[in-house]
Write a protein that binds this ligand. Sequence first.
Ligand SMILES: CC(C)(COP(=O)(O)OP(=O)(O)OC[C@H]1O[C@@H](n2cnc3c(N)ncnc32)[C@H](O)[C@@H]1OP(=O)(O)O)[C@@H](O)C(=O)NCCC(=O)NCCS
Length: 170
Amino acid sequence: MGEPQIRCRRDDDVKACVEALATVHEVDRYPAEWPADPGAWLTPDGMFDAWVAVEGQDILGHVALTRTDDVLAADAGLAPAGLASVARLFATASARRRGVAGALLAAATTAAAAEGLRLVLEVEDGGAAAIALYERSGWRHAGTRTGNWTTADGRTALLHTYVAPAGRDA
Ligand SMILES: CC(C)(COP(=O)(O)OP(=O)(O)OC[C@H]1O[C@@H](n2cnc3c(N)ncnc32)[C@H](O)[C@@H]1OP(=O)(O)O)[C@@H](O)C(=O)NCCC(=O)NCCS
């Protein structure tokens, strides 16, 4: 296996990204509820850009960068104008622990830094692998709030806010 290539997502990648996301939903319940329009879910309001990890014709992972809403910025304790949010990050189950998500996060970090923006994100409490990834990458836990949905295992969602380290790659 070579190194997956990280590149900007193209419009004609969305179908394959949806198929990759379906495998993640099956294994990890991410997203918790399968969206009515998964292509739109992968293209959230306020999206600046998105990247994919590819190997040959296969999509191995995905990440998007979006505008940061006021609630998340307040949780992070930072002004929204200086922030960008990491969203829709996943690696397909068969491509895990190969650095796919780390490389996608690095691409998003570089793009945000070029615009003078600091990254923030929210992760649900059940996302142990994601939490391990962010903490290993030096992200700081800035707070926790209750979400407005029930997780697949019947808990009220708990959303943790993380802030990327200032001025260095994640
Ligand atoms: C979280 C997720 C994106 C990680 O993807 P990945 O490509 O396997 O992650 P990487 O290979 O880049 O991992 C980098 C580091 O993160 C940590 N990490 C990643 N997965 C981990 C796991 N399952 N357990 C513990 N640590 C983990 C490790 O420190 C790892 O480094 P190492 O492999 O050298 O030990 C993937 O598990 C996933 O798609 N999960 C479901 C969707 C999801 O939770 N998305 C995040 C929403 S906020």
